[in-house]
Design a protein around this ligand. Structure first.
Ligand SMILES: C[S@@+](CC[C@H](N)C(=O)[O-])C[C@H]1O[C@@H](n2cnc3c(N)ncnc32)[C@H](O)[C@@H]1O
Length: 215
């Protein structure tokens, strides 16, 4: 389901700082060569991630779900010189392409790209994090949240993508709910009820949950 009228979305993109040649290339190559190209963050969300990063001024960002590197590069562009992005993905088939994009971005030195199951890697990361972008398998959103919340600095933010799940979060009485939709419903309810954070669900693209750790 598209939430926003296409003409309005185009207007929003026309009034968002332009994508540069590298981001356009990543989008083109993702569409031409990679399965499920709709997973890419894209122009509007990418710029939002870059601006959030600049506002948050994090020392360390953790991204769960690198895919072809679009969102990672956007966030890395918001980092100060001594800060870093750790980005995790289970899919090693994209490694050469992604490392190439990171090199082209000129930010490879600040990007720690690790391949493997995030559920196994996160417990090995000491933290602390100032910003976390959750954008991997929906079924594990709650697990990722549980693994990172104690490693998030006070004032740190968690952004979780796809929390409107193409509108499937609006469940009608008696309707059967698939596993991913149930996982997103559980995640949104858990964040909403977590006294450790203040949060807002932003209807950007497929929905972004923003949660800021209070203490
Ligand atoms: C929606 S895509 C990420 C899109 C990317 N953040 C962007 O905006 O361009 C989700 C990614 O999560 C990865 N993923 C799924 N399960 C994972 C897991 N258990 N550990 C690490 N990565 C996982 C997939 O391989 C896929 O590349």
């Amino acid at each position: 389901m598209e939430f926003i009228d296409e003409a309005i979305l185009t207007y929003c993109e026309d009034h968002t700082s332009n994508e540069d040649d590298l981001l356009l290339k990543i989008t083109r190559e993702t569409q031409a060569k990679v399965m499920m190209p709709r997973m890419i963050s894209g122009h509007l969300q990418g710029k939002m991630l870059e601006l959030f990063t600049k506002m948050q001024n994090p020392t360390t960002i953790l991204e769960i779900g690198t895919y072809t590197g679009y969102s990672g590069i956007c966030m890395a562009r918001g980092l100060g010189k001594d800060s870093k992005l750790i980005t995790l993905d289970i899919n090693d088939e994209l490694e050469t392409m992604v490392r190439g994009f990171f090199e082209e971005s000129g930010l490879a030195d600040q990007i720690d790209y690790r391949l493997g199951n995030a559920l196994e890697i996160i417990p090995t990361l000491p933290g602390p994090f100032d910003m976390v972008f959750i954008d991997a398998d929906k079924i594990n959103y709650r697990n990722y949240y549980d693994l990172i919340i104690d490693k998030l600095n006070p004032g740190g933010i968690i952004l979780a993508d796809n929390v409107l799940w193409s509108g499937k979060i609006l469940v009608e009485e008696g309707q059967k709910i698939d596993k991913d939709t149930q996982a997103i419903l559980d995640f949104n309810r858990m964040v909403q009820n977590d006294p450790r954070v203040e949060n807002a669900l932003l209807p950007i693209r497929d929905g972004v949950m923003m949660a800021r750790k209070i203490q």
